[in-house]
Design a binder for this molecule. Structure first.
Ligand SMILES: NC(=O)c1ccc[n+]([C@@H]2O[C@H](COP(=O)([O-])OP(=O)(O)OC[C@H]3O[C@@H](n4cnc5c(N)ncnc54)[C@H](OP(=O)(O)O)[C@@H]3O)[C@@H](O)[C@H]2O)c1
Length: 212
């Protein structure tokens, strides 16, 4: 049976992914978050809760033991330090597979007017996102980095991906779509290993996301 550690399990994409994991797979989940009370509803023989900060190295390392894969759904100015903590804990416990959520724009890969708008709107926040991905890519882990477009809460699964080095496509994508891709990557262990993917909803090109 596959065991997955979800870091930042109280986050919004993670919330969608937990539902999909429970409904569509038989994986065992360890839900790691700073306030475990928030996910009490999930506690069961399929899901174990761990209260912890990713920067709490001892708790992180203990939670890593025996896992088959890690899905990191994190945020914050200290994302680079969080990435270092994850790589250290995975390397010391021998866990290889990592799915890491980042953001569009970290390589200035978003073309055209939307790229300029995106840079003006969130560019100043992307430094830690870029540095954290640099840390992951410098590791020996079997990582897949996902760089979602602007996130929506639409109840739909519809996405396409672009590879690192290609221009980003589209402007938006649903959290449920990103969650579905996370589940697919966990289920097919060799898919996009050491990959770094832009994720968008097809045919959403424009100067900014339609909902904005
Ligand atoms: N909004 C967009 O359009 C967009 C587009 C592309 C990418 N993204 C990025 O994609 C990522 C996932 O999106 P989302 O909507 O799921 O984000 P989210 O709901 O903000 O989830 C991020 C989670 O990270 C947790 N976290 C932060 N630092 C932590 C730490 N040191 N230890 C443990 N947990 C920590 C937060 O926990 P707490 O609840 O305890 O604070 C939060 O639950 C985010 O980084 C987001 O910025 C966003």
């Amino acid at each position: 049976m596959t065991s997955i550690l979800i870091l930042g399990a109280g986050g919004q994409i993670a919330d969608q992914a937990i539902d999909l994991f429970l409904q569509e797979t038989d994986v065992q989940l360890t839900l790691y978050l700073r306030n475990a009370n928030r996910l009490k509803k999930y506690e069961s023989n399929r899901a174990r809760l761990v209260e912890g900060d990713v920067l709490d190295h001892t708790t992180l390392r203990e939670s890593m033991e025996g896992q088959d894969a890690v899905y990191a759904n994190l945020s914050g100015d200290d994302l680079e330090d969080q990435a270092k903590a994850i790589v250290d804990a995975m390397e010391s416990t021998g866990v290889k597979r990592l799915i890491f959520i980042s953001s569009l724009g970290i390589y200035d890969e978003v073309p055209g007017d939307f790229g300029k708008w995106n840079n003006r709107t969130i560019g100043e926040y992307l430094g830690p996102y870029r540095k954290s991905v640099d840390v992951i890519e410098a590791s020996n882990l079997d990582y897949t980095v996902l760089r979602p477009a602007w996130l929506t809460d639409y109840d739909e699964i519809e996405y396409e991906v672009t590879e690192k080095g290609e221009p980003f496509k589209g402007t938006e994508v649903s959290r449920k779509s990103v969650a579905a891709l996370v589940v697919k990557l966990i289920e097919s262990s060799d898919l996009h290993v050491r990959g770094n993917l832009g994720v968008n909803k097809p045919n959403t090109d424009g100067e900014k996301p339609a909902f904005y």
